[in-house]
Design a protein around this ligand. Sequence first.
Ligand code: ZN
Ligand code: MN
Length: 140
Amino acid sequence: MAANVHSALEQLKMNGVRMTPQRHAILGYLMDTKSHPTADEIYKALSPTYPSMSVATIYNNLRLFVEAGLVRELTYGDDSSRFDADLSDHYHAICKNCGQIVDFGYPPLLEVEKVASKETGFVVHGHRMEIYGLCTTCNT
Ligand code: ZN
Ligand code: MN
């Protein structure tokens, strides 16, 4: 589950990562949004308040958050990664028209990991699944 910004930043500090206002802003933005933004979208949202922040800064900080386990990177085969600070077990429904990503949960699917492990002998680390379709805005 997603911790709050302060405890997340505490965790970074313990890893020797210096806390900066920009870092705080990026992490806070990610924890407040459900939109699964790209680095570019975060840039557009934060640049009015932080004019000196570049897309590269945002991208580097996102890398840092992902490595620290605070943020999940989502790759769907297109060129830009999306970022999710909600670390709970959940899946994504992706609109093929507008690109909107909506969270949903389906705990019974964890069973598939047990089945896979049993049938293959693998030590299973996880699985991914996406649902594709049209969102409620685009299907009307
Ligand atoms: Zn849509
Ligand atoms: Mn999500």
